[in-house]
Design a protein around this ligand. Structure first.
Ligand code: NAD
Length: 360
């Protein structure tokens, strides 16, 4: 079977890491047809749009996309290519496995945590009112009619919206993932003691959903406590399910536990489509240098293979990657002791080393 996949090179380091991932995926022997459609700063320059309509058409048709990071221009009023993509395609689950591999320098060992982040609501819903505008004044006056709390008139407003529907589907996703991958525990993360009607709703729904998965352990953890526990006793966690903002922050924290952004993969998954992309951004200062670590993007490709049920190919690719990392010879600068050591290889040479193991 041949899979048609939308390939989004992105910008900054995107094209380098996406090309590395594309080549190793092809070396597994699985057949792909790549439909290249860009998004982000390069697409803006080439096609006049950060998110060309044909990108959505392509992803909707193919159901699968491999995406490089894209730069979010600052001060243009444009929120983010990623947020727009996730919202438009309703890619409600952001899946970010964080796992320790031998050969990746880190303060911690044997971490194996999966972060499941809600991707469409919370403070990321994008409903904001700028301080001092008539719209903000209108909202503030409406709020002051229903509360005795004093609100400063010069406040900016970002709405935190958490729904029962959004919470139920993300918690279910976490439990289904646990079941399908023989994981033991799901921890729902919140601040329900303070935000009773948003995080409180998320927590109530999580407790309710947990009852339908009696074979999987369930607990809830308050977000600040989780951060301390992750640093001190991270091995107690298995799957974390979180509303959008906490999920964003905690997935970077967990990436830090396993060696940094260069090795943290991810996927944005909806009912129909799935977009696979590294957690890291476009790291603009390394643009075109063939320097950064392709591991996060390659592991995102491994996730894509598992998603399409090509498990044997996924296992072989992961094994080739693990061996390359453990040997530590053909790896990028960030994986060398002291970072930036002279004998590091480039992005594409690291991909070559993985391919050599795959086809040997
Ligand atoms: P970043 O992840 O691009 O880079 C931060 C630092 O992390 C880099 O300077 C580099 O030292 C390190 N790093 C990142 N990726 C690496 C890799 N593969 N190998 C080795 N080291 C790596 O974060 P930033 O600088 O905050 O963001 C740059 C741009 O990327 C911004 O415009 C931001 O909006 C965007 N961004 C995009 C995505 C996405 O497309 N999914 C995600 C995050 C940030």
């Amino acid at each position: 079977m041949k899979y048609t996949v939308t390939l989004i090179p992105g910008d900054g380091v995107g094209p380098d890491v996406v090309e590395a991932a594309r080549r190793v995926l092809e070396a597994t022997g699985i057949e792909f047809q790549w439909e290249v459609v860009n998004a982000g700063a390069d697409a803006l320059e080439e096609e006049g749009s950060l998110l060309p309509e044909r990108l959505f058409e392509s992803i909707k048709k193919n159901k699968l996309a491999l995406k490089g990071p894209t730069t979010t221009p600052i001060g243009t009023g444009f929120r983010s290519v990623n947020v727009a993509l996730r919202k438009t395609l309703d890619l409600y689950a952001c899946l970010r496995p964080c796992r320790s591999y031998a050969g990746i320098p880190s303060r911690y060992e044997n971490i194996d945590i999966v972060v499941v982040r809600e991707n469409t609501e919370d403070l990321y819903a994008g409903i904001e009112f700028e301080e001092g505008t008539p719209e903000a004044e209108k909202v503030l006056s409406l709020i002051s009619q229903s509360t005795t709390e004093k609100i400063r008139k010069d406040s900016g407003i970002s709405l935190k919206l958490i729904s029962e529907t959004g919470s139920r589907r993300i918690v279910r996703f976490a439990f289904e993932y646990a079941r399908a991958n023989s994981r033991k525990k799901v921890s729902a993360v919140h601040k329900a003691n303070i935000m009773k009607f948003s995080d409180g709703l998320f927590l109530n729904v999580a407790r309710d959903v947990a009852k339908t998965y009696p074979e999987i352990e369930f607990e809830d953890v308050i977000i600040d406590n989780l951060c301390a526990q992750l640093v001190q006793q991270s091995r107690q966690f298995d799957i974390l399910v979180l509303p959008n903002l906490y999920g964003d922050i905690v997935s970077d924290l967990c990436a830090g536990l396993v060696g940094g952004l260069g090795v943290a993969p991810g996927a944005n998954i909806g009912n129909e489509e799935a977009v696979f992309e590294a957690t890291h951004g476009s790291a603009p200062k390394y643009t075109g240098l063939n320097k950064v670590n392709p591991v996060a993007m390659i592991l995102s490709g491994v996730m894509m293979l598992r998603y399409i049920n090509e498990r044997a190919a996924a296992d072989r690719l992961e094994a080739a990657l693990v061996e390359t990392l453990a040997e530590g010879k053909s790896v990028t600068y960030d994986l060398k002791p002291g970072r930036g050591a002279a004998n590091a290889v480039g992005t594409s040479e690291m991909a070559d080393a993985i391919i050599a193991r795959l086809i040997s």
